[in-house]
Design a protein around this ligand. Structure first.
Ligand SMILES: Nc1ncnc2c1ncn2[C@@H]1O[C@H](COP(=O)(O)OP(=O)(O)OP(=O)(O)O)[C@@H](O)[C@H]1O
Ligand SMILES: [Mg+2]
Length: 511
Protein backbone atom coordinates (compact mmCIF):
# COMPACT_ATOMS: atom_id res chain seq x y z
CA UNK A 1 0.00 0.00 0.00
CA UNK A 2 1.29 3.46 -0.74
CA UNK A 3 1.24 6.45 1.52
CA UNK A 4 -0.07 8.61 -1.27
CA UNK A 5 -3.65 7.47 -1.59
CA UNK A 6 -5.04 10.01 0.84
CA UNK A 7 -8.74 10.50 0.09
CA UNK A 8 -9.00 13.65 -1.95
CA UNK A 9 -12.56 14.25 -3.07
CA UNK A 10 -12.00 17.83 -2.20
CA UNK A 11 -9.51 20.29 -3.57
CA UNK A 12 -9.09 21.97 -0.23
CA UNK A 13 -8.23 20.30 3.03
CA UNK A 14 -9.59 21.87 6.15
CA UNK A 15 -6.48 20.97 8.08
CA UNK A 16 -3.14 19.63 6.97
CA UNK A 17 -0.06 18.59 8.87
CA UNK A 18 3.02 18.36 6.71
CA UNK A 19 6.22 16.57 7.64
CA UNK A 20 5.89 16.99 11.40
CA UNK A 21 8.71 15.86 13.67
CA UNK A 22 8.75 15.95 17.45
CA UNK A 23 11.35 14.54 19.78
CA UNK A 24 11.53 14.23 23.55
CA UNK A 25 14.67 13.26 25.45
CA UNK A 26 15.37 9.70 24.34
CA UNK A 27 12.22 9.44 22.19
CA UNK A 28 11.36 10.31 18.62
CA UNK A 29 7.62 10.72 19.12
CA UNK A 30 6.90 11.77 15.53
CA UNK A 31 9.08 11.50 12.49
CA UNK A 32 8.00 13.27 9.30
CA UNK A 33 4.29 12.55 9.60
CA UNK A 34 1.41 13.91 7.58
CA UNK A 35 -2.30 14.27 8.17
CA UNK A 36 -4.99 15.60 5.84
CA UNK A 37 -8.46 16.37 7.13
CA UNK A 38 -11.29 17.03 4.69
CA UNK A 39 -14.05 19.42 5.80
CA UNK A 40 -17.24 17.73 6.98
CA UNK A 41 -15.51 14.46 7.83
CA UNK A 42 -14.50 12.42 10.81
CA UNK A 43 -10.88 11.33 10.57
CA UNK A 44 -9.80 8.46 12.81
CA UNK A 45 -6.22 8.19 14.01
CA UNK A 46 -5.15 4.64 14.71
CA UNK A 47 -1.96 3.30 16.22
CA UNK A 48 -0.54 1.33 19.10
CA UNK A 49 0.11 2.83 22.53
CA UNK A 50 2.96 5.27 22.12
CA UNK A 51 2.61 5.55 18.32
CA UNK A 52 2.45 9.34 18.57
CA UNK A 53 -1.26 10.05 18.16
CA UNK A 54 -1.67 12.34 21.17
CA UNK A 55 1.60 14.10 20.40
CA UNK A 56 0.41 14.91 16.88
CA UNK A 57 -2.89 16.21 18.25
CA UNK A 58 -1.11 18.36 20.80
CA UNK A 59 0.88 19.92 17.97
CA UNK A 60 -2.35 20.79 16.14
CA UNK A 61 -3.86 22.12 19.37
CA UNK A 62 -0.85 24.33 20.08
CA UNK A 63 0.30 22.42 23.18
CA UNK A 64 3.59 21.28 21.61
CA UNK A 65 5.64 23.16 19.09
CA UNK A 66 6.99 20.71 16.49
CA UNK A 67 10.73 20.47 15.89
CA UNK A 68 9.99 20.48 12.17
CA UNK A 69 6.95 20.62 9.93
CA UNK A 70 3.90 22.73 9.43
CA UNK A 71 0.23 22.87 10.34
CA UNK A 72 -2.04 24.43 7.71
CA UNK A 73 -5.63 25.50 8.19
CA UNK A 74 -7.48 25.90 4.86
CA UNK A 75 -4.12 25.98 3.13
CA UNK A 76 -2.65 28.74 5.30
CA UNK A 77 0.30 27.95 7.57
CA UNK A 78 -0.44 28.40 11.25
CA UNK A 79 2.04 29.51 13.87
CA UNK A 80 0.79 28.25 17.19
CA UNK A 81 2.59 29.29 20.34
CA UNK A 82 0.02 27.92 22.76
CA UNK A 83 -3.43 26.34 23.12
CA UNK A 84 -5.11 29.74 23.12
CA UNK A 85 -3.69 30.43 19.64
CA UNK A 86 -5.21 27.19 18.43
CA UNK A 87 -8.60 27.96 19.98
CA UNK A 88 -8.54 31.38 18.36
CA UNK A 89 -7.73 29.82 14.99
CA UNK A 90 -10.70 27.48 15.43
CA UNK A 91 -9.12 24.29 16.76
CA UNK A 92 -10.37 22.74 20.00
CA UNK A 93 -9.20 19.55 21.66
CA UNK A 94 -10.64 17.12 24.16
CA UNK A 95 -7.65 15.68 25.93
CA UNK A 96 -7.14 12.01 26.68
CA UNK A 97 -6.62 12.80 30.35
CA UNK A 98 -9.51 14.84 31.70
CA UNK A 99 -8.60 18.30 32.87
CA UNK A 100 -11.61 19.64 34.76
CA UNK A 101 -11.49 21.49 38.08
CA UNK A 102 -13.32 19.24 40.58
CA UNK A 103 -14.40 21.97 42.96
CA UNK A 104 -15.89 24.20 40.30
CA UNK A 105 -19.34 23.74 38.81
CA UNK A 106 -19.97 22.22 35.40
CA UNK A 107 -20.88 25.65 33.99
CA UNK A 108 -17.77 27.29 35.45
CA UNK A 109 -15.58 24.58 33.97
CA UNK A 110 -17.08 24.94 30.51
CA UNK A 111 -16.79 28.72 30.30
CA UNK A 112 -13.55 29.10 32.24
CA UNK A 113 -11.76 32.32 31.17
CA UNK A 114 -14.83 33.17 29.05
CA UNK A 115 -17.37 33.73 31.81
CA UNK A 116 -20.20 36.16 31.00
CA UNK A 117 -19.76 39.27 33.16
CA UNK A 118 -22.32 41.64 34.64
CA UNK A 119 -22.21 45.43 34.67
CA UNK A 120 -19.82 45.33 37.64
CA UNK A 121 -17.37 43.10 35.81
CA UNK A 122 -18.24 40.14 38.01
CA UNK A 123 -19.27 36.71 36.80
CA UNK A 124 -22.94 36.73 35.86
CA UNK A 125 -24.04 33.41 37.33
CA UNK A 126 -27.52 33.57 35.83
CA UNK A 127 -26.11 34.02 32.33
CA UNK A 128 -23.50 31.36 32.99
CA UNK A 129 -26.24 28.92 33.94
CA UNK A 130 -28.43 29.84 30.97
CA UNK A 131 -25.62 29.58 28.45
CA UNK A 132 -24.75 26.13 29.73
CA UNK A 133 -28.37 25.08 29.73
CA UNK A 134 -28.74 26.20 26.11
CA UNK A 135 -25.58 24.32 25.13
CA UNK A 136 -26.80 21.19 26.90
CA UNK A 137 -30.19 21.41 25.23
CA UNK A 138 -28.56 21.64 21.83
CA UNK A 139 -26.41 18.62 22.62
CA UNK A 140 -29.18 16.68 24.35
CA UNK A 141 -27.27 16.54 27.65
CA UNK A 142 -29.27 16.34 30.87
CA UNK A 143 -26.97 17.51 33.62
CA UNK A 144 -27.33 20.24 36.19
CA UNK A 145 -24.96 23.07 35.13
CA UNK A 146 -24.56 24.15 38.76
CA UNK A 147 -23.35 20.81 40.05
CA UNK A 148 -19.72 20.60 41.12
CA UNK A 149 -17.66 18.44 38.83
CA UNK A 150 -16.29 16.31 41.67
CA UNK A 151 -19.76 14.74 42.04
CA UNK A 152 -19.74 13.48 38.46
CA UNK A 153 -18.75 10.02 37.33
CA UNK A 154 -15.87 9.79 34.87
CA UNK A 155 -18.41 9.37 32.10
CA UNK A 156 -20.14 12.56 33.22
CA UNK A 157 -16.83 14.40 33.22
CA UNK A 158 -16.11 13.14 29.76
CA UNK A 159 -19.46 14.52 28.54
CA UNK A 160 -18.61 17.89 30.12
CA UNK A 161 -15.27 17.94 28.29
CA UNK A 162 -17.09 17.18 25.07
CA UNK A 163 -19.63 19.97 25.65
CA UNK A 164 -16.82 22.34 26.51
CA UNK A 165 -14.94 21.60 23.30
CA UNK A 166 -18.11 22.05 21.24
CA UNK A 167 -18.82 25.36 23.00
CA UNK A 168 -15.82 26.96 21.30
CA UNK A 169 -17.66 26.53 17.98
CA UNK A 170 -14.35 25.52 16.42
CA UNK A 171 -13.91 24.31 12.85
CA UNK A 172 -11.61 21.50 13.90
CA UNK A 173 -12.44 19.36 16.89
CA UNK A 174 -9.93 16.88 18.21
CA UNK A 175 -11.21 14.04 20.34
CA UNK A 176 -8.51 11.96 22.00
CA UNK A 177 -10.20 8.75 23.19
CA UNK A 178 -13.44 10.54 24.10
CA UNK A 179 -15.38 7.35 24.78
CA UNK A 180 -12.91 5.56 27.04
CA UNK A 181 -15.27 5.92 30.02
CA UNK A 182 -18.60 6.01 28.21
CA UNK A 183 -21.13 3.22 27.98
CA UNK A 184 -22.80 2.22 24.73
CA UNK A 185 -25.72 4.55 25.20
CA UNK A 186 -23.48 7.53 25.88
CA UNK A 187 -21.31 6.62 22.92
CA UNK A 188 -24.40 6.69 20.71
CA UNK A 189 -25.21 10.10 22.13
CA UNK A 190 -21.71 11.32 21.31
CA UNK A 191 -22.01 9.96 17.78
CA UNK A 192 -25.21 11.95 17.27
CA UNK A 193 -23.33 15.07 18.36
CA UNK A 194 -20.46 14.21 16.03
CA UNK A 195 -22.84 13.67 13.09
CA UNK A 196 -24.31 17.12 13.65
CA UNK A 197 -20.87 18.68 13.68
CA UNK A 198 -19.90 16.83 10.55
CA UNK A 199 -23.06 18.03 8.81
CA UNK A 200 -22.02 21.58 9.70
CA UNK A 201 -18.82 21.06 7.73
CA UNK A 202 -16.47 20.72 10.65
CA UNK A 203 -13.48 18.42 10.71
CA UNK A 204 -13.31 15.97 13.59
CA UNK A 205 -10.17 14.08 14.46
CA UNK A 206 -11.09 11.01 16.40
CA UNK A 207 -8.66 8.81 18.35
CA UNK A 208 -9.81 5.48 19.67
CA UNK A 209 -8.63 1.93 20.26
CA UNK A 210 -12.13 0.57 19.66
CA UNK A 211 -12.36 -0.83 16.17
CA UNK A 212 -16.16 -0.93 16.00
CA UNK A 213 -16.30 2.81 16.72
CA UNK A 214 -13.97 3.55 13.86
CA UNK A 215 -16.22 1.90 11.35
CA UNK A 216 -19.34 3.53 12.79
CA UNK A 217 -18.05 7.06 12.91
CA UNK A 218 -15.03 7.58 10.65
CA UNK A 219 -14.93 8.70 7.03
CA UNK A 220 -11.15 8.55 6.72
CA UNK A 221 -8.52 6.64 8.66
CA UNK A 222 -4.84 7.39 9.16
CA UNK A 223 -2.60 4.77 10.71
CA UNK A 224 0.60 5.52 12.62
CA UNK A 225 3.27 3.21 13.91
CA UNK A 226 6.30 4.11 16.06
CA UNK A 227 6.04 7.79 15.28
CA UNK A 228 5.71 7.20 11.54
CA UNK A 229 2.81 7.83 9.21
CA UNK A 230 1.93 4.47 7.68
CA UNK A 231 -1.24 4.81 5.66
CA UNK A 232 -4.37 6.86 5.00
CA UNK A 233 -7.54 5.71 3.27
CA UNK A 234 -11.30 5.93 3.34
CA UNK A 235 -12.83 3.82 6.09
CA UNK A 236 -15.04 2.12 3.54
CA UNK A 237 -11.91 0.90 1.75
CA UNK A 238 -10.38 -0.75 4.82
CA UNK A 239 -11.10 -3.72 7.06
CA UNK A 240 -10.29 -3.98 10.74
CA UNK A 241 -7.81 -6.77 10.08
CA UNK A 242 -5.97 -4.54 7.63
CA UNK A 243 -5.88 -1.68 10.11
CA UNK A 244 -4.58 -3.88 12.90
CA UNK A 245 -1.90 -5.27 10.64
CA UNK A 246 -0.83 -1.76 9.65
CA UNK A 247 -0.83 -0.65 13.30
CA UNK A 248 1.02 -3.56 14.77
CA UNK A 249 3.07 -4.66 11.80
CA UNK A 250 1.96 -8.28 12.26
CA UNK A 251 -1.26 -10.30 12.51
CA UNK A 252 -3.14 -10.24 15.82
CA UNK A 253 -5.75 -12.91 16.08
CA UNK A 254 -6.66 -14.28 19.52
CA UNK A 255 -8.52 -11.48 21.27
CA UNK A 256 -9.75 -13.29 24.35
CA UNK A 257 -7.50 -16.25 25.04
CA UNK A 258 -9.74 -17.72 27.71
CA UNK A 259 -8.58 -21.13 28.81
CA UNK A 260 -10.41 -23.59 30.92
CA UNK A 261 -8.43 -23.81 34.14
CA UNK A 262 -9.10 -25.90 37.23
CA UNK A 263 -11.42 -24.06 39.59
CA UNK A 264 -10.37 -24.31 43.25
CA UNK A 265 -11.89 -23.38 46.59
CA UNK A 266 -13.79 -20.23 47.35
CA UNK A 267 -11.22 -17.50 47.99
CA UNK A 268 -13.50 -14.50 48.33
CA UNK A 269 -16.98 -14.70 49.71
CA UNK A 270 -19.21 -11.65 49.89
CA UNK A 271 -22.56 -11.70 51.71
CA UNK A 272 -25.16 -8.94 51.78
CA UNK A 273 -22.52 -6.31 51.36
CA UNK A 274 -24.00 -2.83 51.46
CA UNK A 275 -22.76 0.71 51.36
CA UNK A 276 -25.59 2.87 52.52
CA UNK A 277 -27.11 4.93 49.74
CA UNK A 278 -24.81 3.40 47.13
CA UNK A 279 -25.33 -0.35 46.82
CA UNK A 280 -27.35 -2.97 48.66
CA UNK A 281 -27.13 -6.68 49.50
CA UNK A 282 -24.41 -7.68 47.11
CA UNK A 283 -23.55 -11.38 47.50
CA UNK A 284 -21.21 -13.55 45.46
CA UNK A 285 -18.27 -15.94 45.67
CA UNK A 286 -15.08 -16.06 43.65
CA UNK A 287 -13.07 -19.27 43.54
CA UNK A 288 -9.39 -19.75 42.89
CA UNK A 289 -8.86 -19.76 39.14
CA UNK A 290 -12.17 -18.14 38.46
CA UNK A 291 -12.73 -14.89 36.59
CA UNK A 292 -15.95 -13.21 37.63
CA UNK A 293 -17.07 -10.35 35.42
CA UNK A 294 -18.95 -7.39 36.82
CA UNK A 295 -21.18 -5.81 34.20
CA UNK A 296 -23.62 -2.92 34.35
CA UNK A 297 -24.11 0.59 33.15
CA UNK A 298 -22.09 3.48 34.49
CA UNK A 299 -23.57 4.33 37.88
CA UNK A 300 -24.84 0.80 38.53
CA UNK A 301 -22.44 0.43 41.44
CA UNK A 302 -19.75 -1.82 39.97
CA UNK A 303 -16.86 0.49 40.84
CA UNK A 304 -18.36 1.17 44.26
CA UNK A 305 -18.40 -2.54 45.05
CA UNK A 306 -14.78 -2.85 43.95
CA UNK A 307 -13.78 0.10 46.12
CA UNK A 308 -15.61 -1.28 49.12
CA UNK A 309 -13.98 -4.69 48.76
CA UNK A 310 -10.65 -2.92 48.69
CA UNK A 311 -11.43 -0.82 51.78
CA UNK A 312 -11.51 2.56 50.03
CA UNK A 313 -15.11 3.07 51.14
CA UNK A 314 -15.68 0.48 53.90
CA UNK A 315 -19.04 -1.32 53.87
CA UNK A 316 -21.82 -0.19 56.18
CA UNK A 317 -23.09 -3.76 56.55
CA UNK A 318 -22.52 -7.26 55.27
CA UNK A 319 -19.67 -9.72 55.40
CA UNK A 320 -16.44 -10.33 53.48
CA UNK A 321 -14.66 -13.65 53.90
CA UNK A 322 -11.21 -14.42 52.57
CA UNK A 323 -10.35 -18.12 52.49
CA UNK A 324 -13.26 -18.84 54.79
CA UNK A 325 -12.32 -16.32 57.46
CA UNK A 326 -14.40 -13.25 58.08
CA UNK A 327 -12.33 -10.10 57.64
CA UNK A 328 -12.95 -6.45 58.43
CA UNK A 329 -11.63 -4.44 55.53
CA UNK A 330 -11.63 -0.79 56.49
CA UNK A 331 -8.63 0.40 54.53
CA UNK A 332 -6.72 -0.48 51.35
CA UNK A 333 -3.84 -1.53 53.60
CA UNK A 334 -6.02 -4.23 55.17
CA UNK A 335 -7.23 -5.31 51.77
CA UNK A 336 -3.65 -5.74 50.64
CA UNK A 337 -2.69 -7.63 53.79
CA UNK A 338 -5.53 -9.98 52.84
CA UNK A 339 -4.01 -10.51 49.43
CA UNK A 340 -6.14 -8.14 47.40
CA UNK A 341 -5.13 -5.78 44.62
CA UNK A 342 -7.30 -3.18 42.91
CA UNK A 343 -6.56 -1.60 39.57
CA UNK A 344 -8.71 1.53 39.66
CA UNK A 345 -10.59 2.85 36.65
CA UNK A 346 -9.48 6.44 36.97
CA UNK A 347 -5.74 6.28 36.59
CA UNK A 348 -5.13 10.00 36.86
CA UNK A 349 -7.03 10.58 40.08
CA UNK A 350 -6.44 7.43 42.07
CA UNK A 351 -3.62 5.57 40.46
CA UNK A 352 -0.71 7.53 39.12
CA UNK A 353 1.87 9.73 40.78
CA UNK A 354 2.49 11.79 37.69
CA UNK A 355 5.70 13.39 38.95
CA UNK A 356 7.30 10.13 40.05
CA UNK A 357 9.24 7.82 37.78
CA UNK A 358 7.94 4.72 36.05
CA UNK A 359 9.94 2.61 38.52
CA UNK A 360 8.57 4.40 41.59
CA UNK A 361 5.03 4.12 40.28
CA UNK A 362 5.42 0.44 39.62
CA UNK A 363 7.04 -0.62 42.89
CA UNK A 364 5.05 1.56 45.25
CA UNK A 365 2.45 -1.04 46.21
CA UNK A 366 5.10 -3.63 47.02
CA UNK A 367 7.21 -1.14 48.96
CA UNK A 368 4.31 0.10 51.02
CA UNK A 369 2.64 -3.11 51.98
CA UNK A 370 4.53 -5.96 50.42
CA UNK A 371 6.88 -6.68 53.33
CA UNK A 372 4.12 -7.78 55.63
CA UNK A 373 2.97 -10.58 53.38
CA UNK A 374 5.74 -11.70 51.14
CA UNK A 375 8.69 -11.01 53.42
CA UNK A 376 11.59 -8.68 52.72
CA UNK A 377 12.16 -7.73 49.10
CA UNK A 378 15.53 -6.20 48.32
CA UNK A 379 15.60 -3.11 46.14
CA UNK A 380 17.80 -4.89 43.60
CA UNK A 381 15.38 -7.79 43.23
CA UNK A 382 12.47 -5.37 42.99
CA UNK A 383 14.22 -3.34 40.29
CA UNK A 384 14.77 -6.53 38.31
CA UNK A 385 11.12 -7.49 38.73
CA UNK A 386 10.04 -4.06 37.48
CA UNK A 387 12.40 -4.38 34.52
CA UNK A 388 10.92 -7.74 33.53
CA UNK A 389 7.38 -6.46 34.08
CA UNK A 390 8.25 -3.61 31.71
CA UNK A 391 9.27 -6.01 28.96
CA UNK A 392 6.45 -8.45 29.67
CA UNK A 393 3.86 -5.68 29.29
CA UNK A 394 5.88 -3.99 26.52
CA UNK A 395 5.84 -0.62 28.28
CA UNK A 396 7.17 1.94 25.85
CA UNK A 397 9.58 4.19 27.74
CA UNK A 398 13.24 5.16 27.27
CA UNK A 399 13.96 3.79 30.77
CA UNK A 400 12.38 3.13 34.15
CA UNK A 401 13.57 6.49 35.50
CA UNK A 402 11.36 8.40 33.05
CA UNK A 403 8.68 10.56 34.67
CA UNK A 404 5.47 8.56 34.23
CA UNK A 405 3.57 11.69 33.19
CA UNK A 406 5.64 11.62 30.00
CA UNK A 407 4.38 8.19 28.96
CA UNK A 408 1.49 7.80 26.54
CA UNK A 409 -1.92 7.06 28.10
CA UNK A 410 -1.92 3.38 27.30
CA UNK A 411 1.61 2.91 28.59
CA UNK A 412 0.69 4.55 31.90
CA UNK A 413 -2.10 2.01 32.23
CA UNK A 414 0.35 -0.83 31.60
CA UNK A 415 2.58 0.42 34.43
CA UNK A 416 -0.39 0.35 36.82
CA UNK A 417 -1.21 -3.20 35.80
CA UNK A 418 2.42 -4.07 36.47
CA UNK A 419 2.22 -2.45 39.90
CA UNK A 420 -0.53 -4.77 41.02
CA UNK A 421 0.87 -7.89 39.42
CA UNK A 422 4.10 -7.31 41.40
CA UNK A 423 2.20 -7.61 44.68
CA UNK A 424 1.34 -11.20 43.71
CA UNK A 425 -2.29 -10.85 44.77
CA UNK A 426 -4.57 -13.77 45.66
CA UNK A 427 -7.60 -11.67 44.76
CA UNK A 428 -7.19 -9.37 41.80
CA UNK A 429 -9.84 -6.73 41.16
CA UNK A 430 -9.58 -5.04 37.78
CA UNK A 431 -11.71 -2.00 37.01
CA UNK A 432 -11.62 -1.33 33.25
CA UNK A 433 -8.15 -2.87 32.89
CA UNK A 434 -7.80 -2.36 29.15
CA UNK A 435 -9.15 1.16 28.90
CA UNK A 436 -6.95 3.00 26.44
CA UNK A 437 -4.92 -0.11 25.66
CA UNK A 438 -4.25 -0.87 21.98
CA UNK A 439 -5.55 -4.03 20.31
CA UNK A 440 -2.25 -5.87 20.39
CA UNK A 441 -1.47 -5.06 24.03
CA UNK A 442 -5.05 -5.87 24.98
CA UNK A 443 -4.62 -9.46 23.90
CA UNK A 444 -1.40 -9.59 25.97
CA UNK A 445 -3.19 -8.33 29.05
CA UNK A 446 -6.03 -10.81 28.59
CA UNK A 447 -3.43 -13.53 28.30
CA UNK A 448 -1.77 -12.42 31.55
CA UNK A 449 -5.05 -12.35 33.43
CA UNK A 450 -5.87 -15.83 32.18
CA UNK A 451 -2.42 -17.02 33.25
CA UNK A 452 -2.89 -15.58 36.75
CA UNK A 453 -6.23 -17.36 37.01
CA UNK A 454 -4.57 -20.60 35.99
CA UNK A 455 -2.13 -20.06 38.87
CA UNK A 456 -5.06 -19.90 41.28
CA UNK A 457 -5.71 -16.18 41.56
CA UNK A 458 -9.36 -15.20 42.02
CA UNK A 459 -10.16 -12.43 39.56
CA UNK A 460 -12.96 -9.88 39.51
CA UNK A 461 -13.11 -7.90 36.30
CA UNK A 462 -15.20 -4.83 35.58
CA UNK A 463 -15.48 -3.77 31.98
CA UNK A 464 -17.90 -1.65 30.01
CA UNK A 465 -16.95 -3.56 26.89
CA UNK A 466 -19.36 -6.44 26.80
CA UNK A 467 -17.31 -8.59 24.41
CA UNK A 468 -14.42 -8.30 26.86
CA UNK A 469 -16.47 -9.34 29.90
CA UNK A 470 -18.13 -12.12 27.97
CA UNK A 471 -14.87 -13.32 26.48
CA UNK A 472 -12.95 -13.39 29.73
CA UNK A 473 -15.39 -14.33 32.50
CA UNK A 474 -16.49 -17.69 33.88
CA UNK A 475 -19.53 -15.98 35.34
CA UNK A 476 -20.94 -12.51 34.95
CA UNK A 477 -22.57 -10.62 37.76
CA UNK A 478 -24.82 -7.89 36.41
CA UNK A 479 -25.69 -4.83 38.46
CA UNK A 480 -28.34 -2.16 38.18
CA UNK A 481 -29.07 0.67 40.59
CA UNK A 482 -26.77 -0.68 43.28
CA UNK A 483 -28.16 -4.21 43.25
CA UNK A 484 -27.13 -7.44 41.64
CA UNK A 485 -29.85 -8.15 39.08
CA UNK A 486 -28.51 -11.45 37.83
CA UNK A 487 -25.65 -13.89 37.53
CA UNK A 488 -25.03 -15.26 34.04
CA UNK A 489 -22.79 -18.30 33.52
CA UNK A 490 -20.34 -18.10 30.65
CA UNK A 491 -22.31 -20.56 28.49
CA UNK A 492 -25.48 -18.48 28.74
CA UNK A 493 -23.91 -15.08 28.30
CA UNK A 494 -25.17 -12.96 25.43
CA UNK A 495 -25.14 -9.22 24.94
CA UNK A 496 -28.92 -9.16 24.96
CA UNK A 497 -29.22 -11.11 28.22
CA UNK A 498 -26.66 -8.89 29.97
CA UNK A 499 -28.15 -5.66 28.69
CA UNK A 500 -31.58 -6.77 29.89
CA UNK A 501 -30.28 -7.33 33.38
CA UNK A 502 -28.19 -4.18 33.29
CA UNK A 503 -31.11 -1.96 32.40
CA UNK A 504 -33.83 -3.55 34.48
CA UNK A 505 -34.23 -3.35 38.23
CA UNK A 506 -36.56 -6.34 37.89
CA UNK A 507 -33.75 -8.82 37.16
CA UNK A 508 -33.63 -12.23 38.79
CA UNK A 509 -32.32 -12.58 42.32
CA UNK A 510 -28.61 -13.05 42.72
CA UNK A 511 -27.61 -16.68 43.01
N1 LIG B 1 6.01 15.15 27.34
C1 LIG B 1 6.68 14.06 26.95
N2 LIG B 1 7.94 13.83 27.39
C2 LIG B 1 8.63 12.74 27.00
N3 LIG B 1 8.14 11.79 26.18
C3 LIG B 1 6.88 11.96 25.71
C4 LIG B 1 6.09 13.09 26.08
N4 LIG B 1 4.88 12.98 25.47
C5 LIG B 1 4.91 11.84 24.76
N5 LIG B 1 6.12 11.22 24.90
C6 LIG B 1 6.52 9.97 24.25
O1 LIG B 1 6.23 10.06 22.88
C7 LIG B 1 5.71 8.81 22.39
C8 LIG B 1 4.36 9.01 21.75
O2 LIG B 1 3.41 9.29 22.78
P1 LIG B 1 1.88 9.63 22.50
O3 LIG B 1 1.30 10.06 23.80
O4 LIG B 1 1.78 10.56 21.37
O5 LIG B 1 1.32 8.19 22.09
P2 LIG B 1 -0.20 7.76 21.71
O6 LIG B 1 -0.14 7.28 20.30
O7 LIG B 1 -1.12 8.85 22.03
O8 LIG B 1 -0.41 6.48 22.64
P3 LIG B 1 -1.71 5.99 23.52
O9 LIG B 1 -2.55 5.17 22.61
O10 LIG B 1 -1.10 5.13 24.58
O11 LIG B 1 -2.37 7.19 24.08
C9 LIG B 1 5.70 7.86 23.57
O12 LIG B 1 6.86 7.07 23.54
C10 LIG B 1 5.74 8.78 24.77
O13 LIG B 1 6.35 8.17 25.88
MG1 LIG C 1 -2.61 9.06 23.48
Amino acid sequence: MSAENTPSDTNEYLLEVVNARKTFPGVVALDGVQLKIRPGTVHALMGENGAGKSTLMKIIAGVYIPDEGEVRLRGKPLTLTGPLDALEAGIAMIHQELNLMPFMTIAENIWIRREPLNAFGLVDHRALHDKTQALFERLGITMDPDMEVRHLTIAGRQMVEIAKAVSYESDVLIMDEPTSALTDREVEHLFRIINDLRAQGKGIVYITHKMDEVFTVADDISVFRDGQFIHCAKASDMTSDEIIKLMVGREVTQMFPKETVPIGDVVLSVRNLSLEGVFTDVSFDVRAGEIVGLAGLVGSGRTNVAETLFGVTPATSGEIKVNGTSVAITSPHQAMVNGMALLTEDRKETGLFLDLSVLENMEIAVLRDGYTRSGFVSQGVLDDQCESMKSLLKVKTPNLDERIGNLSGGNQQKVLIGRWLLTKPKILILDEPTRGIDVGAKAEIHRMVTKLASEGVAVIMISSELPEVMGMSDRILVMHGGRVTGVVPREEASQVRIMELASSPMGADAA
